[in-house]
Design a protein around this ligand. Sequence first.
Ligand code: FES
Length: 137
Amino acid sequence: MSQHEAALEAQALDLERVVCRLTELAGQGARAFTIGAGDWPLRGFVVRTGDAVRGYVNRCPHAGHPLNLLPERFLTADGVLILCSSHGALFEKGNGYCVAGPCAGRSLTPIALEVRDGFVLVADSVDVNALAQAAAS
Ligand code: FES
């Protein structure tokens, strides 16, 4: 690869925004990620739903806890819904809507994603700092 090609590739993929490879979410995969530095990085997670991937802030609308206890443990045993491990709220994977539990009718905060060259990225349009601060308040 020439220097010019390498520069173009680096420009195309903002490495700080890369969450994981799409293949790492094969099947019913989900995984946590953190972007940003300082006291309030953006803590989110991504989840595969069919051919699509969705991203959400890792903060339950019930009591503000992270949804998971383990880095990749976000789903019910059958993989159909997102499960908050604190008090059992259940969310749809495709839109983050809470269908049962103490915050029924509320929703997870979405994070726009892009899939580029086989990588899942937080979209360029996402203001990571603003979203992290909103999630912390
Ligand atoms: S913090 Fe998620 S259900 Fe209570």
